[in-house]
Design a protein. Structure first.
Ligand code: NDP
Ligand SMILES: O=C(O)C(=O)[C@@H](O)[C@H](O)C(=O)CO
Length: 277
């Protein structure tokens, strides 16, 4: 079983350096996949209201081979639940589906700027944290300007910003901004959804240099950048492979070379314009 190291968030919480994405993990197969991942060493589980699998994630937590307190469950507030009261209701709804009395990390899923309610939503999340419904609060898909808007309005800095990040889109400027503000970066679609990234010549060649798989090389690149990747896999063998990235490290010039694959966002998810309800 892999031991996944942790870093300390700006609120003092220990946060794993790698977690499990669960988009599209549903039904009994989804429960089994998440239980297997915990058995393989995963402690951070990433879900969202919009994944429609919070019931399954809660079920997996109850059947997992470790105590609930060793697991960190993330959920996310969807666009249709933006607003102060709506955010608190959304969190209560997630707690009900998960069957848990606390969510470890609560995020705003997308800022949806045309709705104009992410600051109110953030205030609701602060209240939910103060009430003990959630431990850590953060955001997803927020730009530098949006992050500063939250901080300036409330004095509370998000613990995490979960964003699209992979060698095709290394988010250099946003990561530097996070480092200045003490915000932990979390990488969604860290494998670029198994696109041609894994068969890039550079990725294949460097994987051979380190005697690891292309997937392990890419996930280690995230770790070297100081971002927590949350690869999704339904397969126990691939889950184990993905978690086994803490026994080697990459030379700085190899990290830079992988970042040089940059070509931009893969799915047109610019938070200034892309909205999800
Ligand atoms: N906040 C946000 O807006 C977003 C958050 N997310 C989160 O990020 C998570 C991860 O992103 P996701 O989009 O799922 O994409 P990933 O980059 O994690 O890629 C997942 C794909 O890669 C395959 N895969 C995983 N491991 C391996 C491996 N070792 N070898 C070969 N193929 C592999 C999986 O297949 P298989 O299952 O068969 O192994 C699946 O098809 C999501 O599940 C979700 O939790 C994602 C998008 C947006
Ligand atoms: O998976 C998520 O969390 C999402 O927000 C997705 O909807 C993602 O944005 C996507 O699949 C875009 O094509």
């Amino acid at each position: 079983m892999a031991t996944i190291p942790t870093v300390t968030l700006n609120d003092g919480t220990d946060f794993p350096e790698l977690g499990l994405g669960t988009y599209n993990l549903r039904g009994q197969e989804g429960v089994d996949a998440v239980v297997a991942a915990v058995g393989a060493g995963y402690r951070l589980l990433d879900t969202a209201v919009n994944y429609e699998n919070e019931r399954e994630i809660g079920e997996a937590v109850r059947h997992a081979p470790v105590d609930r307190d060793q697991l960190l469950v993330t959920s996310k507030i969807p666009g249709r639940h933006h607003g102060y009261d709506e955010a608190i209701d959304s969190i209560r709804g997630s707690l009900g589906l998960l069957g848990l009395d606390r969510i470890d990390l609560q995020l705003i899923h997308w800022p949806n700027p045309s709705v104009g309610r992410y600051v109110d939503t953030w205030r609701g999340m602060i209240a939910a944290r103060d009430e003990g419904l959630v431990t850590s609060i953060g955001v997803s898909n927020f730009t530098e300007a949006m992050l500063d808007e939250l901080i300036d309005a409330t004095g509370v800095t998000p613990a995490v910003n979960q964003v699209e990040l992979h060698p095709y889109f290394p988010q250099t400027a946003l990561r530097a901004f996070h480092a200045e503000r003490g915000i932990r970066t979390e990488s969604w679609s860290p494998l670029a959804r198994r696109s041609e990234l894994l068969t890039e010549q550079l990725v294949q060649e460097l994987a051979a240099v380190y005697d690891v798989t292309p997937t392990q090389l890419v996930l280690r690149w995230h770790v070297e950048l100081g971002s927590t990747p949350i690869p999704k896999s339904a397969d126990p063998d691939r889950q184990r492979e993905n978690a086994d990235v803490f026994g080697f490290s990459l030379a700085a010039d190899h990290v830079a070379a992988l970042s040089g694959l940059e070509r931009g966002r893969l799915w047109d998810g610019d938070p200034n314009t892309h909205e999800e309800m």
